[in-house]
Design a binder for this molecule. Structure first.
Ligand SMILES: CSC[C@@H](O)[C@@H](O)C(=O)COP(=O)(O)O
Ligand SMILES: [Zn+2]
Length: 253
């Protein structure tokens, strides 16, 4: 039987046989417990309503993923998919994926956001990535207009909660925050290449906005990804209000 070396946990876990223990833990900080709990919080913020959006986390050599198209505020630890981080290619839904653990409940498939989460894990070495359908993000992309390739804002205190590239040093009050905007596609997974390209074009960006859809935000820890998602959502919301009030997003006049 093939085995996955979980060196960090001092154990070699045989694939399939012992996989259930990957999602059973008394530790509230374990991804299998945290993902359902955070999805409940994000639901209350309007970030993951109507089944879309979510969060993925890495733990050692593994990636934890929620199921697709389910009520995200009701998912349970036993609904988690677990994939090894080391994959020969980005694990797109429907392609060959080396699951370490799949839920026994029938009809579940891993989140359609999986290859997009993977972009953050591979290009930024992020440990967690959040996808929201926040109306603040969507409304901002509409107000900025079809030709806007990015969102820029300066002179806002909450900029200080955002990190360079999402994983580096925090920005300063006098820095200008810039978040690229990509066009939406019919299927979530079809955003994979344009998100990767935007991340390459904007190495300092901490997130990617998707026009008429939402945002992807990541961080070096789940706490940092959540903090940055909150700061960015605040900035998206205030930017919407500033644009509606006819105020410039950059400068301090
Ligand atoms: C209203 S559902 C929209 C979703 O298909 C899509 O935008 C999305 O975020 C996918 O999330 P998933 O995790 O596959 O349920
Ligand atoms: Zn989405």
């Amino acid at each position: 039987m093939s085995a996955l070396n979980l060196e960090e946990y001092g154990a070699v876990v045989p694939l399939s046989a012992d996989a259930e223990r990957l999602v059973k833990s008394d530790d509230p900080e374990h991804p299998a417990n945290l993902i359902p709990q955070l999805c409940r919080e994000f639901y209350k913020l309007g970030w993951v309503t109507g089944t879309g959006g979510g969060i993925s986390m890495r733990r050692g050599p593994l990636v934890y993923l929620a199921p697709s198209g389910v009520q995200k505020e009701r998912i349970l630890p036993e609904h988690m998919f677990v994939l090894p981080f080391a994959q020969s290619s980005v694990p797109k839904p429907g392609s060959t994926r080396d699951f370490v653990r799949v839920p026994s409940k029938k009809g579940l498939s891993e989140s359609q956001c999986t290859p997009l989460f993977w972009n953050a894990f591979t290009a930024r070495d992020a440990q967690s990535c959040i996808h929201t359908h926040s109306q603040h993000a969507v409304m901002l992309t509409l107000l900025l207009g079809k030709n806007a390739k990015s969102f820029r804002i300066s002179h806002q205190e909450m900029i200080k909660g955002v990190r360079l590239g999402g994983v580096g040093k925090t920005l300063a009050f006098f820095n200008t925050l810039e978040v690229p905007i990509i066009e939406n596609t019919a299927r979530e997974e079809d955003l994979t290449e344009s998100m990767a390209q935007a991340m390459a074009d904007y190495p300092d960006a901490a997130a990617i906005l998707v026009r008429r859809h939402g945002v992807y935000v990541w961080g070096p820890t789940w706490e940092s990804a959540k903090t940055q998602a909150e700061c960015l959502d605040y900035l998206f919301e205030i930017a919407v209000k500033m644009l509606q009030a006819g105020l410039p997003l950059e400068g301090d006049n």
